[in-house]
Design a protein around this ligand. Sequence first.
Ligand code: SDX
Length: 429
Amino acid sequence: MAKESLSITDNRTGKQYEIPIKHGSIHATDLRQIRTGPDDFGLLSYDPAFMNTAACTSRITYIDGDKGILHYRGYPIEQLAEKSTYLEVAYLLIYGKLPTKSELDRWLHDITYHTMVHENIKKFLDGYRYDAHPMGILIGTVAALSTFYPDAHNIFDQRSREIQICRLIAKMPTLAAMSFRHSVGQPYPLPDNDLSYTENFLNLMWKATEVKYAANPILAKALDVLFILHADHEQNCSTTAMRCVGSSHSDPYSAVAAASAALYGPLHGGANEAVLTMLKEIGSKDRIPEFIKSVKEGHGKLMGFGHRVYKNYDPRAKIIKRMADQVFEVTGRNPLLDIALELERIALSDDYFVSRKLYPNVDFYSGLIYQAMRFPTTMFTVLFAIPRTSGWIAQWLEMLGDEEQKIARPRQIYLGEQKRDYVPIEQRR
Ligand code: SDX
């Protein structure tokens, strides 16, 4: 029986070491025993951007990047997208199981009755410029919620945790819609408890002078599926921010604000907005070869393509691409879709992209649907943050409950100046 271990010889000393292998990995701290002498700190592992480092064990989301597989708590994303709802998936991610009927009814009731925000939120929303990016507003307002609910700092109190989780999931759509309404100078509608989660979000976004907003059921369903697809994605950049900030025992609102800030970047959740900007800049199918050439020459990236984990087609992109036709039947076809489809066809036949295993990711088609649903591109990353809040919360809870976890504090390899004495300014050259 082969031994589950590494035999290491340190050629600096000739010493040999046996490092156990568990779950296909070694414990980095096992390397510390490899030293050249009593003053040596011990061997470090060096892994900028965590290209090959697991920072945690997890039981929430499973991705197989080569096979293009994505499971939430063991359930294939394709089945959840077809048969579940976003709030049911949020419950699954957070509590680890599909809810019973009574559990789901309770969950839906609690979320529905926590969608309102304190009236003071409107006051500091007025402090933002009229054209402030909604993502910048969302980051600020979700962080501010920690000041309205100071009991959120009791992160090990079960009851407090549950009410904060409910408030975060319930209020993110409200804050998101308010950030949009502020940018267009419109009043903030009240939540409507008769509506579903996504119908209510559309109500908060678009309600005008009608007595009761009525969402288009096809668009509300499409948005619910998009929320399911964006709910979690294991240890992505924003989840890492959530876990890292949460590891200092900060409150969940501050941690979600940090995660939202990470998501804002164009390499992460900001990519869906960047895809639309890219498609608009290309402008027509005949200009695609010129654009592809410029990317291959290193001038910018093909936004919405590539992924740290998926080296195959992102399964979420497949579902979104199929959904586009249903949405466009209601909204009318987005002309940029033709450019996107041709761009994908050309890229997937070009060795530059194929050799680097660059395929469409979740962001490549999602923006086209959002745009067809009349969301401004500045709202696209906000539309990512709303559903990802349940994934961030699930990961935060798992981190807090993991006995192996402590405050995150990576090591470094110091390559700077050695000790030197201060030089008075008159002696500096
Ligand atoms: C999300 O992590 C997650 O799970 C994220 C996410 C989630 O649900 O949380 O899935 C959501 O963020 C999806 C990704 C959205 N971002 C984009 O679409 C932006 C464009 N993509 C790239 O920036 C890039 O692909 C990343 C950031 C997504 C991944 O980058 P990696 O893994 O660090 O890979 P890399 O940058 O080292 O690229 C490897 C090679 C490089 O070429 P060489 O230096 O080897 O010559 O591929 C090239 C890169 O230049 N490359 C691209 C490219 N992506 C990578 N070249 C052109 N266009 C691209 N999009």
